[in-house]
Write a protein that binds this ligand. Structure first.
Ligand SMILES: Cc1cc2nc3c(=O)[nH]c(=O)nc-3n(C[C@H](O)[C@H](O)[C@H](O)COP(=O)(O)OP(=O)(O)OC[C@H]3O[C@@H](n4cnc5c(N)ncnc54)[C@H](O)[C@@H]3O)c2cc1C
Length: 343
């Protein structure tokens, strides 16, 4: 959120300093699966459909812009998503979702097992049906962070300060005027709070803002030689994201575990059990890595974006499961708010 907002703000003429306590992308944004799952993530929330679908459909142009600016390919692929059913109850549930989404004018087809297997031959024998969302897509988050960093480095209007921890917001009168760092203060017309799962921990953030809390997600990386799985597959308990080059990400858990950045036996077991139930041939893949990080979650509502109750402070946080999908959309909204109000 911070890097994308900085890039968009700079492109629109602002001078920007990115403050990051570690290195940009050290936390959730590099840990994500990178699914641009506007439709598979809808879950009946009609109000969000337009926002999520616009965000997803804007990614092709944004990926092109980043490649031109940085030379880095962020791995944008419209690989589609198959949400599979392995029981009759799951078939009814996904069928209802497909009909609802088709009613919104979105492409979502309920397929029988044979048709689903034409799209993804590696599906388990007990898959009875699937919904195909052909327009859902993916990017490769570590590549995205490299592209953002390289683009920021080439922008004359942006300074990136890695290792700079914001100790607190500076508030004068009723206005946020800057931040306190370890080695002094930095004043600015506008401050964008983009501290992910740590956003509520920054001293000076208004108490009236809804709290952002961490929801831990664990990931397992497999490597298939040669690559076999083609589509992103969502099962009831796990998802499978093939990158197309043999890497297959499997995720993820949803845990209240504070800020404990751990990969647990139970987490890995649940992910691989759910993934192999959908795509059994992954049982022969190599275990290539595992990690966990924290989705910034705001209980009972969506992300916090735009102006805050404290003049001078703007928000780009709380995107939970869809922060990669919504990053450019959020940056545009933040830039509108910041430039509209301060310049
Ligand atoms: C396992 C997992 C899988 C996911 N999969 C997907 C997916 O497939 N698709 C999708 O769209 N989203 C996905 N997400 C969600 C997505 O990763 C997040 O919503 C998004 O990355 C949040 O971005 P952010 O910039 O708000 O937070 P972060 O990337 O966590 O960045 C916040 C940054 O703020 C820094 N910071 C914190 N406090 C301070 C301070 N006081 N001073 C200076 N710096 C500070 C941190 O070091 C950190 O680098 C996933 C998340 C997880 C954990």
């Amino acid at each position: 959120m911070g890097c994308t907002s900085a890039l968009v703000l700079a492109a629109r003429g602002a001078e920007v300093v990115v403050l990051e306590r570690a290195v940009p992308g050290a936390e959730a944004s590099s840990a994500a699966a990178g699914i641009l799952g506007a439709q598979v993530e809808l879950h009946g929330r009609g109000d969000d459909a337009g926002l999520l679908v616009r965000a997803r459909d804007g990614w092709k142009a944004w990926a092109d812009t980043l490649r031109e600016a940085s030379g880095v390919d962020v791995g944008h692929r419209v690989s589609g998503v198959l949400r599979v059913a392995r029981t009759e109850a799951e078939r009814v549930e996904i069928g209802r979702d497909a009909a609802w989404q088709a009613g919104l004018g979105l492409r979502a087809a309920l397929l029988d097992a044979a048709s689903a297997r034409e799209i993804e031959p590696e599906l388990a024998r007990d898959v009875v049906a699937a919904v195909h969302f052909p327009d859902d897509a993916q990017v490769d988050p570590p590549a995205l962070l490299r592209a953002l960093m390289a683009s920021l480095a080439r922008s004359a209007r942006v300074t990136v300060r890695a290792g700079a921890t914001v100790q607190r917001l500076l508030v004068e009168g009723d206005r946020c005027v800057g931040v306190a760092l370890d080695d002094g203060t930095l004043r600015s017309d506008a401050i964008v709070l983009a501290a992910g799962s740590w956003s509520s921990l920054v001293p000076g953030v208004p108490e009236s803002l809804p709290a952002v809390r961490p929801v831990r997600g664990q990931m397992v990386l497999l490597e298939e030689r040669p690559p076999r799985v083609r589509s992103i597959v969502f099962g009831a308990r796990a998802y499978v994201v093939p990158r197309g080059d043999g890497r297959v990400l499997c995720g993820s858990t949803m845990e209240q575990a504070g800020y404990r950045r751990e990969v647990t036996a139970a987490g890995v077991h649940a992910i691989l059990d759910g993934a192999l139930a959908c795509v059994p041939s992954l049982g022969g893949a190599q275990l290539a890595g595992s990690w966990s990080n924290f989705r910034p979650h705001v209980e009972g509502r969506g992300a916090l974006v735009g102006a805050s109750p404290l003049p001078g402070l703007f928000l780009a946080t709380g995107h939970h499961r869809n922060g990669i999908l919504l990053s450019k959309q959020t940056a545009d909204a933040v830039a509108d708010a910041v430039l509209g109000l301060t310049l």
